[in-house]
Design a binder for this molecule. Sequence first.
Ligand SMILES: Nc1ncnc2c1ncn2[C@@H]1O[C@H](COP(=O)(O)OP(=O)(O)OP(=O)(O)O)[C@@H](O)[C@H]1O
Length: 291
Amino acid sequence: MSQASDRRFPLNAQDYRLFEEVGEGVSATVYRALCVPLNETVAIKVLDLEKCNNDLDGIRREVQTMSLINHPNLLRAHCSFTSGHNLWVVMPYMAGGSCLHIMKSAFPEGLEEPVIATLLREVLKALVYLHAHGHIHRDVKAGNILVDSNGAVKLADFGVSAGMFDTGDRQPCGRRNILNNICMVNRADIWSFGITALELAHGHAPFSKYPPMKEYFTKMLLVLQSFKELVAACLVKDPKKRPSSEKLLKHHFFKHARSVDYLSRTILEGLSPLGDRFRTIKVVYLSRAMK
Ligand SMILES: Nc1ncnc2c1ncn2[C@@H]1O[C@H](COP(=O)(O)OP(=O)(O)OP(=O)(O)O)[C@@H](O)[C@H]1O
């Protein structure tokens, strides 16, 4: 179907050995795997096309765009192909897993500010790139922020099953309208970015769509003023009044950010392998669901 990197990843399921499950989404299961001819560990997202609401062409287009995207903070697919009624998306393996999994396993009360600042700065770099290229992510959340074993951070899941680059109604009239429209749509990512900041600080997302900011922050006694300001700027109701991703990247909260190897020393140290963590989280989730 498509091939994205210099090394030639095979487009054949037989060339990959699937190991344990490391993640699960609405329509996909993610496995750690080995690309046998290249002897390289990868992650493979297996989408059941029969369960997907989107049409096959739409998914193909989106996966293709995912392979064309090129930024160190965006998870780029090595290649993708169909196998039976499944679509296989072969990606770099992010051994730390998602920030949501990391928090569930080791930081249920949320992460420290320098960690949050470092993670969010990396995510913002990805958003600046996407927005500058006329794309939106639409699903910024802790579950889609992945960390590799060195602490490198990549924003994942361009809504392969959710219509990634559909920017909504395209207005036929006037450049101004189009620019306005793009700006409004991009600012939806800024709102989600603000919610994600709260999610990282608390260990879970706010329960309502409109977070009760005051109550939320009074619980976080030691929270930095600059963090409050960053979140407040993102969660302005009027999308036009929210800052762009580029402007947000210059926010003084990011003075607290460190280099990414700080992440591997702080949040990844002592964690068990991703597959084990995923299994534990799944067991806890299933036993809660059965109560
Ligand atoms: N490259 C990867 N390396 C390691 N883990 C991954 C990788 N890609 C995804 N995962 C894990 O799998 C989980 C599910 O993946 P993903 O979000 O892409 O599926 P999805 O079906 O699109 O999910 P949803 O629609 O619910 O957001 C992620 O939250 C993450 O924990």
